[in-house]
Design a protein around this ligand. Structure first.
Ligand SMILES: Nc1nc2c(ncn2[C@@H]2O[C@H](COP(=O)(O)OP(=O)(O)OP(=O)(O)O)[C@@H](O)[C@H]2O)c(=O)[nH]1
Ligand SMILES: [Mg+2]
Length: 376
């Protein structure tokens, strides 16, 4: 296992999540540095702290420095050139995890696309710095090569995108076929490690991998089950995480997009989390769903792991994050199976409600919109 210095916020929940991410990416944390602020202009951290870390780093010689925030390319460059070690910010750390975990052809392509976008944004910044004379040369190459480097990434991006587009069309065809035979889809969504796969396995009798590690599931699995006598499809999806940059959601859009077309979206929430943690994750779920155009009318919140919390605590927490009576929610446990019939009852009600207009955006228009975004 590679070793790391981890810099994160001075907050137990943030530390726990950051350790989870490091572990999932295959790094052992040799030294933890807690900071109140991680977004200072030059290095992310203050200059004094940077010098302190340099001393530690020179002494323990870790393989990388993991920075649990999104660093601007210039900050990344400044830190790396002072500390002389490889820096992984939150974005690239998540990318590494995705890369390790990807199993399906589609998820490999999605990660590639995200990596290209990451590289592109860094490359642009490097060119900007080179032009200002702050960073002489560009990875040891001249301006002419910069252009060809750009073009190269762009071409490779195009090829990945067109492959993903084909897969997206395939999905649209599958969706259409399902719709024609009247098969409804229920999608499980939610923050990573909330228990989506555990619930999925319980409902479908599957044995997909569930684990306390973050981002266990990276590709969508769909199974047919019967709710009473009606066949429906249930899908398990990739988990959300806070501070996931928009382009990464874009890269995973074709899989996550299934949420938009599902008749029911069960958002799985880990109710055993602390109030602050819950609120952070809940907000991040809401934001991701808004980005994906998921209609809140079709959402059921499953407050999972309720075996780990007292009933009145659950109520209080639900209220705290803003799950009022206007929203559909039910405490469940995918382990003890508590309240699963109640969850299914809610699902059934939602499915058998008079068919609503589900907006099918023409595939082509939809995709071209996201093509235009990545080149700026
Ligand atoms: N106590 C308890 N633990 C649960 C429950 N549901 C899931 N877990 C545990 O929570 C951890 C995460 O579960 P997963 O089902 O892998 O979570 P996930 O949402 O699929 O996570 P990703 O695929 O990583 O996004 C596992 O260790 C499960 O055993 C529950 O109802 N009660
Ligand atoms: Mg999972």
């Amino acid at each position: 296992m590679l070793s790391a210095i981890l810099i994160t916020y001075d907050d137990e929940d943030a530390i726990r999540e950051a350790y989870g991410l490091c572990e999932a990416a295959g790094y052992k944390v040799d030294k933890l540095v807690r900071q109140k602020f991680l977004n200072k202009a030059r290095y992310g951290i203050g200059e004094g702290k940077m010098l302190e870390i340099k001393e530690i780093s020179d002494r323990i010689k870790p393989d990388v420095l993991i920075y649990d925030e999104i660093l601007k390319p210039s900050q990344n460059y400044n830190l790396a050139s002072k500390l002389k070690i490889n820096i992984l910010d939150r974005e690239s750390l998540i990318l590494e995890i995705f890369e390790r975990r990807a199993t399906s052809a589609e998820s490999h392509l999605q990660i590639k696309l995200a990596q290209f976008r990451y590289e592109m944004s860094r490359a642009k910044e490097k060119v900007r710095l080179a032009k200002q004379g702050e960073q002489p040369g560009f990875m040891g190459i001249g301006m002419y090569e910069v252009d060809s480097y750009y073009n190269d990434i762009q071409n490779r991006m195009k090829s990945v995108k067109s492959k993903l587009e084909k897969m997206g069309k395939q999905r649209a065809l599958h969706r259409e076929a399902r719709r024609r035979v009247g098969l409804k889809t229920i999608s499980l969504a939610g923050y990573t490690s909330a228990g989506k796969t555990t619930l999925f396995n319980l409902l479908t009798g599957e044995t997909k991998q569930e684990s306390p590690e973050l981002f266990t599931t990276l590709s969508t699995t769909t199974r047919k089950v019967l709710i009473e006598k009606d066949p429906v499809l249930i899908s398990d999806t990739v988990g959300f995480i806070s501070k996931l940059p928009a382009y990464m959601i874009e890269a995973f859009k074709s899989t996550l997009e299934e949420l938009k077309y599902a008749e029911v979206v069960i958002v799985v929430i880990d109710i055993s989390d602390s109030e602050m943690e819950l609120r952070k994750k809940y907000r991040s779920c809401l934001k991701t769903m808004a980005d994906l155009d998921v209609d809140q009318e079709r959402v059921i919140y499953a407050l999972n792991k309720s075996d780990l919390a007292e009933p009145d605590q659950i109520l209080q927490k639900a209220e705290f994050i803003g799950l009022t009576n206007s929203k559909k929610w039910v405490p469940v446990s995918a382990v003890t199976q508590q309240n699963i019939p109640k969850l299914l009852e809610l699902v059934k009600k939602m499915i058998s409600a008079p068919p609503q207009q589900i907006k099918e955006i023409p595939r082509k228009q939809d995709l071209s919109k996201f093509y235009e975004q990545d080149d700026d």
